[in-house]
Design a protein around this ligand. Structure first.
Ligand SMILES: NC(=O)c1ccc[n+]([C@@H]2O[C@H](COP(=O)([O-])OP(=O)(O)OC[C@H]3O[C@@H](n4cnc5c(N)ncnc54)[C@H](OP(=O)(O)O)[C@@H]3O)[C@@H](O)[C@H]2O)c1
Length: 274
């Protein structure tokens, strides 16, 4: 299989373009999924304090033969802890059995509470303490990002947002790119492919390349320059989702998938979650 693509973040750190997500997995499922993923070649795992499965990821990191420095671990600062960043990261690190994470993300801006600039200043301190290599955000829109940059001078390396063929976020992706902020797709498979895997364009491309609809969708994220973290706790799917480095979509095929954008959100709008 061809080598997996690695992205250089704006702070110089390197991140695999494809990783495993573990939202909604139990501790045991997260451990088994992470172990399986590391065995088939994944080198990036995305968890969060609120997923309550950091212990499971930590157990997998202890059990695997893959060296710590070769694994990119992401976790997230939960909304209730925005002003409690120090204890929050220390609690996550304890559960993960790690001295540092590779990426710490603010989970949501929660604009009504208006604490996200302060929380970002806290995250800058955590990076200076060496508790996280890189810092970024999730679910930020242009206006939220502008405030962080204007008021702290520090630009997030990542903006992780809901992104799949039904919600392509092209304007935000372009704005992020202009500021060297890497866009990362959450719910990249539209949470199991409903409304995506059964569309003719996806089915035809799957047939053409001898791939599954999920593989075509993951390839679309990669070919669109996105970091992508499909979640699965099913060993065969974890493997399937990684076997995407031996084909590429053509520009015209990407344009066909562009027509699937209906602005359909599966999760909350960032302005409405507080
Ligand atoms: N920052 C945020 O606010 C935020 C929000 C949501 C998610 N995330 C992150 O993004 C990750 C991915 O998003 P997600 O979990 O919402 O959804 P997703 O990755 O789009 O879809 C996951 C669902 O698809 C199924 N699936 C996986 N591979 C498949 C395949 N090859 N064929 C058919 N079905 C397949 C999984 O089932 P099985 O597990 O049963 O195999 C699961 O039900 C999360 O795990 C989390 O790490 C972040």
């Amino acid at each position: 299989m061809a080598d997996q693509p690695i992205i250089k973040l704006r702070d110089g750190n390197m991140m695999p373009q494809l990783g495993l997500g573990v939202w909604q997995a139990s501790v045991e499922e997260a451990r088994n999924a992470a172990l399986k993923a590391l065995e088939v070649g994944y080198r990036s795992i995305d968890t969060a304090a609120i997923y309550e499965n950091e212990e499971g990821v930590g157990q997998a990191l202890q059990q695997t033969d893959v060296a710590r420095e070769n694994i990119f671990v992401t976790t997230k600062l939960w909304n209730e802890d925005q002003l409690n960043w120090q204890q929050a990261i220390e609690s996550s690190l304890k559960k993960l059995q790690l001295e540092y994470v590779d990426l710490y993300l603010m989970h949501w801006p929660c604009p009504e509470k208006d604490n996200y600039v302060k929380a970002w200043q806290g995250m800058i301190e955590l990076q200076q303490q060496g508790l996280t290599k890189s810092i970024g955000v999730c679910n930020f829109q242009e206006k939220h990002l502008k405030r962080l940059i204007d008021e702290t001078g520090v630009t997030p390396v990542i903006n992780q947002v809901e992104l799949h063929p039904m919600l392509q976020q092209r304007e935000l992706h372009a704005w992020n790119a202009m500021h060297q902020i890497q866009t990362e797709s959450w719910s990249p498979l539209a949470q199991g492919g409903k409304g995506v895997f059964d569309r003719d364009v996806i089915k035809q491309l799957a047939k053409k390349y001898g791939k599954t609809p999920a593989q075509v969708v993951i390839r679309w994220h990669l070919d669109s320059g996105l970091v992508v973290i499909p979640k699965s706790v099913t060993p065969s799917r974890i493997e399937e989702n990684f076997h995407v480095f031996d084909f590429r979509l053509e520009k015209t095929e990407i344009s066909e998938i562009a027509k699937m954008d209906s602005g359909t959100r599966l999760g909350p709008h960032p302005d409405e979650l507080n």
